[in-house]
Design a protein around this ligand. Sequence first.
Ligand code: ADP
Length: 371
Amino acid sequence: MAELTAETILAELRRIAAPDGRGNIVSAGLVSEIAVQNGQVMFALNTDPQHAKSMAQLQSFVQQAVEKIPGVKKALVALTAERPPQRAAAPQQGSPQALRSQGVPGVKYLIAVASGKGGVGKSTTAINLALGFKANGLRVAVLDADVYGPSMPKLFGIHDKPEASDKPGMRLKPMSRYGVEVASIGFLVDEATPMIWRGPMVMSALTQLLREVAWGETDVMVIDMPPGTGDAQLTLAQQTPLSGAVIVSTPQDLALIDARKGLNMFVKVNVPVLGLIENMSYFICDGCGKRHEIFGHGGARAEAKKLGLPFLGELPLDPLIRARSDSGEPIVVSEPASPHAATYREIAKTIWERLEQGAGAKPAPRIVIGD
Ligand code: ADP
């Protein structure tokens, strides 16, 4: 079989008429750059909000057409508006504003767990927080949107692949572990193959996970965001119906500068920041039992205070947290009596209270931060 390339896909797309009847969708400039990797095809259809309704129909038609091309295993097609309309108007279906306000059926709150840079323990925090919500009696889902290193399958100890859903309009069933529903971008793409992700592509994959996974009734969906504040992250923050964001930071100054950038990104797109969590805050030595404040403990708490944001809590650097994560049995479920598990449950409780008090509905505080 000839190698599958973007040209092969384009040739097929040129056979599909543009909604306004003038030419095809490629010549009309509706098709974004196309990514092809291991039989997976991703691109966006640029949406004119005025034709949002017909674009939604076109989206599923295009997706099916691409999936029929020999060699294509999966197609991810997103609708994106490159630029929001100039004047504030009622959101139209399919536009970024509409995606943001549409909500996900059955899901009460979506919260993002974010960090300004990688390696600070964002995914570890996301999974333990999710399990903390669960331990507090809530119905919980986790969506792993960390395109640069989807780690939820590993952290949950999930090794098999999700099944197709038989619900109309849905493609996949979520996986389930520890009473929590899980879907990961790692289910859609090969985890071992690094990809260059651009905003529209991330949105395309995330939209599928949000809207084409048959999620059950959910109180809180925890989204593990990609680390950093680039184009992909901004698109996610802007176009996902988030009730709020939680920022994870280590106490190092550098990480705090990054955390501020993360915070700033959510403020910019009017997503309320629910608070900061300081991870790897201090270290308790196995040998001497002493508490070592290796990174200068307390930086995040002081920073949160300065910015007028809630400080949600701190977790030490503890090899046990790492070991439990590595073995797919996060500490909240494997060591529920540990002080760390109690901290995660407590933070989850605080976040839930803030959500229920309407933190998600209020505009974000106005904060001016110099980068
Ligand atoms: P991120 O999502 O920010 O890239 P991870 O959650 O993947 O970070 O964590 C990076 C590494 O640090 C992992 O090996 C994880 O087990 C470990 N880790 C995270 N938090 C802690 C902690 N509080 N104590 C010990 N190890 C931790």
